[in-house]
Design a protein around this ligand. Structure first.
Ligand SMILES: [Zn+2]
Length: 273
């Protein structure tokens, strides 16, 4: 931490003061210099920070997408319809019930909530569900194809992702949403034909990793495809599986996730408020 602060000069000092102030308000200081995050996030702040992190990663279409986050009491936190992901603050986050009815919050629940509710209802591993029209993922939706895996960043969500055409039915209907979720099987991500992407994860941290990996896979595969149909060296299945096993065992730790959280909080600490 000290080295990073020195490299970034005065701007980081200013950010450090903000974060220290935020840590007093929103959580306890972690002890020890080896810690990569020295404040804690409320569930609402986790969602708001995730929205901002993913905005930087290409989940930045004007139509804003949806993040739902199932809580232990069965309620669901949701980003509001009116607030773009790069403006999101913890106080903007809505709480809804498992039917999509608003329980608390000052904004509107998206009408396209059915897919998220179905994911939380049907998949035990779907603590977090994300839909957006990410920059590179949407290109593959337009192609109606799945991107191959060419590098380790794109490999982290595993070899197998789903491709389905949700526009064959009305996605606001619970029945159609359930069909789409069931079609994903146990895959972490889906390319939605002519639309965008859908990701499910067991935590906000995993959601971040999966979404970044999907967009990186889509970006690199698009560039390889652009070089010509005979170009590219897809990663071997064994190498992909080994990487995924390592990530699921937690060997990559929190370095990347915490660094991306720090980036958002240092850039604009109001995300926590
Ligand atoms: Zn959409």
């Amino acid at each position: 931490m000290r080295r990073e602060r020195a490299d970034c000069g005065g701007r980081m000092d200013e950010g450090e003061a903000i974060v220290n102030e935020q840590s007093r308000n929103f959580g306890s200081l972690a002890d020890g210099e080896q810690k990569t995050l020295y404040f804690t996030l409320s569930p609402e702040a986790e969602l708001a920070v995730l929205a901002r992190m993913l905005y930087r990663e290409g989940y930045n279409d004007h139509n804003w997408g949806h993040i739902s986050y199932l809580q232990d009491d069965g309620t669901i936190l949701l980003n509001p319809w009116e607030v773009p992901w790069d403006e999101m603050r913890a106080s903007d986050v809505l709480r809804i019930d498992d039917q999509g009815h608003l329980l608390s919050g000052r904004w509107t629940v998206t009408p396209a909530i059915a897919l998220h509710l179905a994911a939380h209802r049907l998949r035990k591993d779907a603590k977090v569900a994300i839909h957006h029209h990410s920059r590179w993922g949407t290109v593959w939706g337009a192609l109606g194809e799945l991107p191959d895996v060419y590098h380790q960043n794109g490999a982290q969500l595993g070899r197998d992702i789903a491709l389905y055409n949700e526009y064959e039915s009305d996605v606001t209907h619970a029945e159609a949403a359930e069909r789409n979720v069931l079609a994903m099987g146990d895959r972490k991500a889906a390319i939605l034909a002519n639309h965008g992407v859908f990701v499910v994860a067991g935590s906000i941290k995993e959601a971040h990793t999966m979404c970044v990996s999907l967009e990186e896979r889509a970006r690199v595969a698009w560039h390889v495809k652009a070089l010509g149909h005979d170009k590219g060296l897809p990663m071997q299945d064994k190498a992909v599986d080994s990487l995924v096993a390592s990530i699921r065992a937690g060997r990559s730790g929190n370095r990347f996730y915490h660094a991306m959280i720090r980036r958002e909080v240092l850039a604009d600490a109001s995300v926590l408020t």
